[in-house]
Design a binder for this molecule. Structure first.
Ligand code: NAD
Length: 514
């Protein structure tokens, strides 16, 4: 079945894809990385890695293509993106299934991820006619002033394993209408999705006569990643991944005075007030914490619940957790698939052990799941609900463990709850469930005294986002914004232009120079 899927997506004919692998290949010994199925622990295919020379050639081509692509009027660039979005529509189910096969999220979420790329393509098409600057009055007579937005250059896109299609889509669709060329360095954990995704975009661009707009360079962090972030030919590096990766990438890019768009880890909390719609809060919290097996940057990792309702709510939550079906991500009815690999299972187990040592109680899950048949080799765990000690002191919950662990804390006043929600170093997503509009407004307080995250939701969970809004987080989440609103500006450079249409020599600030 997997091979049929790869064939339909053109992967079996791709020169980078190795179908007759032995299973012993490693990047060091054979220059091949194996793409593994996390549900079985078995390889799907091998992928040949690019070396330093391939990186150099790709970058040179992207730089040359940029000089031509920027001359194409933005609405025409939008036409290319429109066709790409339609091409993804044609393969929505297959590409979504490949995401599920390679990353382990359930098929509905895999398809949803590709839909996100289609949605941002649609958004970008409209945006291609609205790359608007502003005009402002000049203080000098017979002068005009305006701002315009110009293409930036080739862009390096570094993506995380957990959104192997959409993170590139958010960047590349807006980058393309902005007039940039794209070089994508995907995670080596999900290279097949990257090849399938990029090949479609590159084919449509070539059919329209534009070569080298979308390129892919699949290589190790040492050979390709480090070269890319240090390379001055990329005025912008967009990097999505862990906070540690972002700290390093950010400092290297800043060292050469380049621009960085960082989308890093989250440690997202939901606050539940006593007058909330608890049914809604329950469903949203379960989806937010177990969905994608806790491997979304926006997954709900902490629940901060009012002490008066905590015991009842937690009992219902545990019951709901115990009905969640683990299984093959591609099978109908599965709600939760596996973790990505054994390191993630170990990180999950070690966080649970640390939480216990720190005085927490595991209410459900927290162990490796026993699966049968083919799935016995997969990286399945039972999602955990962990209650913090009454003191609310639980240092392990201050870090992001990229796995399905929900830590439960209690509070007595809303101020205390908001302080707890803001007490972690990350600042990506946050949510409150409340019946009173005062509580909701305090959470969204325009003075900044409410949630300190980039995303703040009322009566919906932390997980997921619509493409229309700017997506990203504060503090150690990196401060980047992608997707909707005015995020397109990150992919362009701003120019302030002044024109003197008179004959007088006039200086600003009234300076006379005669
Ligand atoms: P990771 O940090 O291990 O890797 C992310 C990417 O960075 C990979 O492509 C990796 O190869 C690359 N990378 C690592 N070191 C590099 C270097 N020295 N130079 C260049 N590239 C380098 O992250 P991951 O495990 O793939 O993804 C999970 C993490 O990503 C989580 O922390 C999650 O919260 C975060 N994430 C954030 C967002 C967001 O939008 N904020 C979205 C998805 C994932």
């Amino acid at each position: 079945m997997a091979n049929e899927l790869l064939k339909r997506l053109g992967l079996t004919n791709d020169p980078r894809v190795v179908m007759d692998f032995t299973g012993n290949e490693t990047p060091e010994t054979s220059g091949i990385v194996l793409s593994m199925n996390p549900a079985t622990g078995k390889p799907i295919a091998g992928v040949r890695l690019d070396d330093a020379k391939a990186y150099e050639d790709t970058t040179a081509r992207a730089a040359a293509a940029f000089k031509e692509w920027r001359k194409i009027p933005a609405p025409k660039r939008g036409e290319l993106v429109r066709r790409i979005g339609n091409a993804y529509r044609d393969v929505l189910e297959d590409l979504g299934s490949l995401v599920a096969l390679e990353m382990g999220k359930i098929k509905a979420e895999g398809i949803g991820e590709v839909q996100e790329t289609i949605d941002i393509a649609d958004f970008a098409v409209g945006q291609s006619r609205q790359l608007t600057g502003i005009t402002m009055p000049s203080e000098r007579p017979l002068h005009t002033m305006k701002e315009q937005w110009l293409p930036l250059g080739p862009m390096g896109i570094i993506t995380a394993f957990n959104f192997p299609n959409a993170v590139w889509g958010w960047n590349a669709m807006l980058g393309a209408i902005a007039g940039d060329t794209m070089v994508w360095k995907p995670s080596l954990i999900a290279p097949l999705t990257a090849i399938a995704t990029n090949t479609i975009a590159q084919r449509i661009a070539s059919e329209m006569g534009y070569e080298d707009i979308f390129q892919l360079v699949i290589g190790t962090d040492e050979v390709v990643g480090e070269s890319m972030i240090a390379d001055k030919r990329y005025p912008l590096i967009s990097a999505t991944g862990s906070c540690g990766m972002g700290r390093h990438v950010g400092s290297v890019v800043a060292g050469r005075l380049g621009k960085c768009l960082l989308e890093l880890g989250g440690n997202n909390a939901v606050i539940i007030e006593p007058d909330a719609n608890l049914d809604l809060a329950l469903k949203s919290t379960v989806f937010g914490s177990v969905g994608t097996c806790g491997q979304r940057c926006t997954s709900t990792r902490r629940m901060i619940i009012h002490e008066s309702i905590a015991d009842d709510f937690v009992a219902k939550l545990v019951k709901a957790y115990e009905t969640v079906r683990l299984g093959d991500p591609l099978a109908t009815g599965t709600l939760v698939g596996p973790l990505i690999n054994e390191q993630s299972v170990s990180a999950f187990e070690s966080a649970i052990a640390t939480a216990k040592k720190q005085g927490a109680t595991v209410l459900t899950g927290g162990v490796r799941a026993k699966m049968v048949g083919e799935l016995a080799g997969g990286h399945f765990v039972v999602p955990a609900v962990v209650r913090a000690p009454a003191s609310n002191e639980l240092p392990v919950a201050m870090d992001e463990t990229f796995a399905p662990i929900l830590y439960v804390f209690t509070y007595s006043t809303l101020e205390e709850a908001i302080e707890m929600q803001n007490s972690v170093v990350q600042g990506l997503s946050s949510a409150i469930f409340a019946g009173s509009s005062n509580a909701a407004h305090r959470f969204l307080d325009p003075s900044g005294a409410g949630s300190d995250c980039g995303l703040a939701y009322v009566n919906l969970g932390t997980s997921g986002a619509e493409i229309g809004g700017a997506f990203g987080g504060e503090k150690d989440t990196g401060g980047g914004r992608e997707s909707g609103s005015d995020s397109w500006k990150a992919y362009m450079r701003r120019q302030t232009c002044a024109t003197n249409f008179g004959d007088e020599f006039a200086l600003a600030q009234g300076i006379r120079f005669e």
